[in-house]
Ligand binder design. Structure first.
Ligand SMILES: C[S@@+](CC[C@H](N)C(=O)[O-])C[C@H]1O[C@@H](n2cnc3c(N)ncnc32)[C@H](O)[C@@H]1O
Length: 219
């Protein structure tokens, strides 16, 4: 019998889920969470919503214009996210699923959101393919992610990564997220910005918007 791949392993990090909302960078992320929800409308999907840290920002906009869906595979995170949504009175359809195999039909969302999640998704190439599949042609993929740094910081991240992934719920410090996104045939780049902020080792960040090409043929 073959070994199960990392995608078959259960995702369950109870300690990380408990500590997540107390991480030191949390307050630095607020302006970028606002960027992700600006002028949202239509059917929206959030990938790996964690404890629901995006939800207060969603609750602050005109929610009559959106239908909000979120997936989260870790039951410890998902329980907290459900509680956050309930406390805010926010209508969220929350599912147990992974970004690599989204339980939605093709062309079913106007916007997909990713907030510090492509660092943790086990197979990011499969996940971006899934984002392209579930987005309607012309739909937006908005993201805010920390990525592999240049120079000595990048070398430090490579050295720290084996320990970091154990304490940070599988998070990878060395993800080359921008080439993965920009190089994907299904997307055109609306905007992309590198943000030199954050506390080492989870720095720098990128944020931006890709648009699903109307003429893209998905594999
Ligand atoms: C660093 S947390 C970010 C949580 C939230 N998006 C935020 O903005 O605070 C990463 C999240 O990705 C989730 N995750 C892990 N593997 C995943 C996968 N394959 N698909 C979707 N989410 C995943 C984790 O359980 C965790 O909740």
């Amino acid at each position: 019998m073959s070994e199960p791949s990392t995608r078959d392993h259960e995702i369950a990090h109870p300690v990380f889920a408990t500590l997540y909302d107390w991480l030191p960078q949390a307050f630095l992320l607020a302006p970028h969470r606002s960027y992700l929800v600006a002028d949202l409308s239509g059917r929206v999907l959030e990938l790996g919503c964690g404890t629901g840290d995006m939800f207060p920002f969603v609750a602050d906009i005109d929610t009559s214009a959106i239908e909000y869906h979120a997936i989260e595979p870790d039951p410890h995170m998902r329980t907290r996210a459900a509680r956050t949504a309930r406390d805010l009175g926010l209508d969220v359809t929350l599912q147990d699923a992974r970004a690599e195999s989204l339980p939605y039909p093709d062309d079913s969302f106007d916007v997909v959101l990713a907030s510090v999640v492509f660092c943790t998704i086990q197979d990011p190439d499969a996940a971006i393919d899934e984002v392209a599949r579930v987005l309607k042609p012309g739909g937006e993929f908005r993201f805010f992610e920390h990525v592999h740094a240049d120079g000595w910081q990048g070398t430090g991240q490579q050295l720290l990564n084996p320990l970091w992934e154990r304490v940070a719920g599988g998070c990878q410090l060395t993800r080359e997220t921008v080439p993965r996104f920009v190089g994907h045939d299904a997307f055109a780049v609306d905007e992309i910005e590198r943000l030199e902020f954050g506390i080492f080792p989870a720095t720098p960040f990128v944020r931006g918007t890709l648009r699903r090409r109307r003429d893209s043929v998905l594999g």
